[in-house]
Design a protein around this ligand. Sequence first.
Ligand SMILES: [Zn+2]
Length: 381
Amino acid sequence: MSIVETLASLVAIDSVSSSLPGGPGERELAQHVAELARAAGADVESFEVAPGRPNVLAWVRRGGRPTVLLECHLDTVALDPMPDALNPRVAQGRLYGRGAADPKGSLAAMLHVLRAAGADPAFPVDVCLAGAVDEEISMTGSRALAERGLAVDAAIVGEPTQLRIVTAQKGAVRWRVRTHGVAAHSATPDLGRNAIMDMTRALAALAAGVEPWLAQRPHPVLGCATWNVGTIAGGSAVNVVPDRCDIDVDRRLVPGDTSAEVLHHVDAALDALRAEDAELRIDRDPPYVDIPAIETPHDAPIVQAAQRAVAAAGRPTEPMGVAYATDAAMLSGVGGIPAVVLGPGDIAQGHTDDEWIALDQLEQAVDVYRMTCLAFAELAA
Ligand SMILES: [Zn+2]
């Protein structure tokens, strides 16, 4: 099967995240990847991260050599608004379809490297290909991989970076804050307690607990940490004193930040507010998103190996940082696996109504991944 045929077969399978409305999830794609991996000579295992959502692991393992993890997520964003999202179409040197760039181009190239490793007993590294569920929403798939303690020496995470090497990325912690008041008729507000008015005070306290630390660790590429209050909800009618108000807070992390430290400062600020007013009832929920920021040192063998490979392909070698998070956050930040993010296609086309990947870049990705493996074998020896 050619790389274009492999990619077309991946795009034709609907793997919209089942965390999204109507999304079937990753099961069918995981089965297809498992079949392709078995045909490549790999040992395949899969395990469910959630019901109907299996991670798939495929090993070409001969022992006594370094092991490179090739990791790619299986899920995509919704098919809408892309027309013909599941009918891969080749035109003008591109393949169009949902997931063509994000992430199935990377997955196809990784499958072809797995096949090269399976066919060549002298391939100098052992290869583990991992297809992970749920990258687009919660990263539970890569978290499960990280927590499993995979016996690998380094990871390449496939995302559309236009074959640029990404070594640094921001993380994110998100949590909800809630004020509890006492409902009353708005004609007699003194009988109640207004949770929305309490939230305005909580917002000021939160700002005091977050903003002084945003510029604490400016990163040369990623810049400073940021925060955003993204939602607010409370009250039922204009003539009722609201008994509840909720907000959702997003704090982006830069390398060196930890969610524990962020929340420690937040809690201290909320405690100070509570100390001013014993009647105030305010809760800070545990975070529902907690993705570490990561940075892989430029002298790490996987970075140097990737640099050799992209140089040989005539592409820029300077490592980059990105403001978004990928599965590398879990593999590296939780699992301690040195990782680079590297793959064909452009993130600008991901998640749009016009998703495509350039076929020359797709083909080059197979060489870049394979050569990264070869260089890693030398550098890690
Ligand atoms: Zn992606």
